[in-house]
Design a protein around this ligand. Structure first.
Ligand code: ADP
Ligand code: SF4
Length: 683
């Protein structure tokens, strides 16, 4: 029973073709960085989402044939019997909690580099690979026979999906993969019956939907992923026209917007439920259920989607990563326990980096199987012992919550009046307000834990720590930005770093505003240079950003923010210079060298802000070393141990809390890999 009956509509079952979803919470297909090579990690993670109440749980993109291979980017596959066995682990894990399992059958085409299989990739035409790899190789323009072959592969994969126990089988017709290339007049220049008119361009998708329906019959529903522009204009006519032709064909529509940067835009650029006007348009054109994402984290926004008839399901990737138990918490009336996604796209970044995803908010993401971490349960304390945590940034707060939940007597000391560490200063910068959720969720949890005593405005030294006589001490004192330019490019301080006109990032974060013009030397390559530049521009200062890399904020290519990152800097009239390393500063100008030729140029500004690296604030930890035997355990966590992104600090705090008093830290990391018992004959 749902605690607050207002939310009942979110928990009503709904028919999708021959199957019934138990509620409206739908984890749409999303990348995990796990793919076919980490099937147990994947199955456990998807199963946890079903346990947390998601009524439908889908795979990531799942290749139907070896000529659609996206390595090095990890993807699922349904090529053979072995894949069926592995995928069945996932469907079983999902079914165990009464949810439906969906599979996103995928054929890459132009973006798939086929680096593993070395097969030729089919394409609408012979066009160059357009993935981030930019492989100097083209697709094989499909003949009518090739089209028949593709349909056969899709039918076979659909049958394997049935065999693996899936309830929903996708036809994947967006995200610039092969089927969407057939749809678009820009990418489809065919002159046969698969090109030209809208009816011809949609033909292959129509045939594949019909093929899939025929294969899965009454066992599975057929879903189609389809995109339309966020703003319906005259130009959207074509996609709408094609949609009309097939509107009633599948059992479910999974609708996205054509711009990926909007569909899964980060909170710096895109807010909750931004694309719902386009979704509502589609919904009005079909009687079939519709699902769509919108980084929904507010239960009231979710409810409004269903009540307004914008869509039938609350589609989610990131909200289900940040909180796999979101539906259950909502049904139990535990609204303030919901851990809201902050929209940082760190999860996606790790898929881009070809490793299992992680999350800034949910440290257990990806660790369900390999470490046995559950997102909503934690082992009770091993003994009646006390823990002191010094520092309340993301690492200290997370450790305090998890140790408090384990039942220890926890003392949390913070030097500042406000708890939150780096979050407090960063979330005050342009575009980063939603990041405050990292702090706020943890403060909300701490308020429910009477065994955690909090002491703000208490800067502890070693003597004060010893006086408290706790058995365990965790030092989470963070890190500070250095102002001498040392970082990736420079291994020693630049000449002139001691001049008053060199301003530290710390002083800017503290609210100090320089005057005149500013040069930000960004050898950090993430969001902070961008946020400081915009803040200074808002204050009317002329800003130049310089990087030794090819682009300002290069790491944002992994979070899929690079385009908007650059667009906003250009719009704010920030001058940008790249491939230049800092040599020196004379108080009036920076001397910068071309990273290739070494040629030096000068850029005149009133002041210089070096944004390069941080120094751990580890003096307390170091001064406690002589007394370390007085504690049962003494450890440093988060940025104080190794400065990094917020997700790393949260993870570090959580790990310390999980492992305290257990043998966990001594356990070897569980690895999900094939262990062959013998070398199969190969020649
Ligand atoms: P992390 O990202 O590792 O959590 P932060 O820099 O966000 O680190 O937070 C570190 C926190 O530790 C800051 O809020 C800082 O004020 C606090 N702090 C640093 N030194 C001390 C100290 N000696 N006593 C108490 N708090 C401290
Ligand atoms: Fe949301 Fe960031 Fe977690 Fe991804 S990593 S789910 S964007 S909080």
């Amino acid at each position: 029973m749902v605690q607050d009956s207002r939310y009942d509509p979110l928990f009503e079952p709904i028919q999708i073709g021959p199957v019934t979803a138990p509620n409206r919470f739908y984890q749409v297909p999303h990348c995990t960085g796990m793919g076919y090579s980490r099937p147990q990690m994947l199955a456990a993670m998807r199963g946890i989402k079903a346990e947390g109440g998601w009524g439908v749980v889908c795979t990531e993109y799942c290749s139907i044939h070896q000529s659609s291979d996206d390595l090095p980017f990890p993807h699922a596959s349904i090529w053979d019997e072995g894949d069926i066995v592995n995928l069945k682990m996932m469907t079983d894990a999902v079914h165990a909690h009464g949810a439906l399992a969906g599979v996103e059958l995928w054929y890459g085409g132009q973006p798939a580099a086929n680096l593993y299989s070395r097969e030729q990739s089919f394409g609408v035409d012979s066009v160059p690979n357009n993935s981030v790899i930019g492989l100097p190789r083209q697709t094989q323009a499909m003949t009518l026979d090739d089209i028949e072959q593709l349909r056969g592969w899709h039918r076979d994969a659909a049958q394997r999906a049935v065999d693996a126990g899936f309830d929903i089988v996708y036809v994947y017709a967006n995200h610039h993969y092969l089927l969407s290339n057939f749809l678009s007049p820009e990418t489809n220049s065919r002159t046969d019956e698969y090109g030209g008119t809208a009816r011809n361009r949609v033909r292959l998708i129509r045939e594949i939907i019909e093929d899939t329906l025929a294969v899965v019959k009454d066992k599975c529903a057929v879903a189609v992923r389809y995109s339309i522009p966020a703003e319906i204009t005259e130009d959207s006519d074509e996609l709408i026209k094609m949609f009309e032709i097939i509107a009633e064909l599948p059992d479910l529509w999974d609708i996205t917007v054509t711009d990926y940067g909007l569909e899964m835009g980060s909170s710096r650029f895109v807010k909750e439920a931004s694309n719902q006007a386009a979704v509502a348009k589609i919904k009005s054109m079909t009687s079939k259920p519709v699902v769509s994402v919108g980084r929904f984290t507010s239960p009231d926004t979710m409810l409004a989607q269903i009540k307004n008839g914008t869509q039938d399901f609350i589609g989610a990737a990131r909200p289900s990563i940040a909180d796999p138990f979101l539906p259950e918490k909502l049904s139990q009336g535990r609204l303030d326990d919901i851990r809201e996604c902050i929209g940082c796209n760190v999860c996606y970044a790790h898929n881009s980096l070809c490793v299992p995803i992680r999350c800034s908010q949910n440290p257990t993401m990806g660790e369900e199987w390999r470490r046995g971490w559950h997102p909503d349960r934690i082992a009770v304390k091993h003994a009646d012992e006390s823990v002191l945590i010094v520092g309340s940034g993301p690492a200290g707060l997370e450790a305090a919550v998890a140790l408090g939940q384990r039942g220890y007597a926890v003392t949390l000391a913070e030097a500042e009046m406000e708890l939150g560490g780096r979050i407090n200063r960063e979330c005050a910068l342009p575009g980063l307000s939603e990041w405050a959720r990292v702090r706020d969720w943890r403060l909300g949890q701490l308020a429910k834990l009477p065994n955690v005593a909090i002491y703000p405005d208490n800067r502890l030294d070693a003597e004060a720590v010893l006086e408290l006589e706790t058995q365990h001490v965790i030092v989470a004192t963070g890190a500070s930005w250095r102002d001498d330019g040392v970082g990736r490019y420079l291994s020693s301080p630049f000449d002139g770093c001691e001049l008053d006109s060199v301003l530290s990032v710390e002083s800017i974060l503290d609210g100090k505003l320089p005057s005149g013009s500013v040069l930000i030397y960004d050898d950090d390559h993430y969001y902070l240079g961008w946020a400081i530049a915009l803040k200074l521009r808002e204050a009317g200062l002329a800003v130049t950003m310089v990087t030794p890399e090819a682009r300002i904020g290069g790491w944002t290519s992994y979070t899929d923010e690079q385009k908007q990152h650059m667009q906003t800097l250009i719009a704010a009239d920030v001058k940008m210079l790249s491939d230049l390393g800092l040599v020196s500063w004379d108080g009036k100008a920076a001397q910068l060298e071309c990273v290739f030729s070494g040629n030096v140029i000068e850029v005149e500004t009133s002041c210089l802000i070096p944004l390069t690296a941080r120094l751990p604030d580890d003096s307390l930890w170091l001064s406690l070393q002589t007394d370390k035997d007085k504690f049962k355990s003494l450890q440093r966590i988060g940025d104080c141990a190794a400065p990094g992104i917020i997700a790393t600090a949260v993870y570090s705090g959580h790990k310390a809390a999980r492992e305290l008093g257990t043998a966990e830290s001594k356990k070897e990391l569980r690895r999900d890999r094939i262990v062959a018992t013998r070398l199969e004959p190969f020649a």
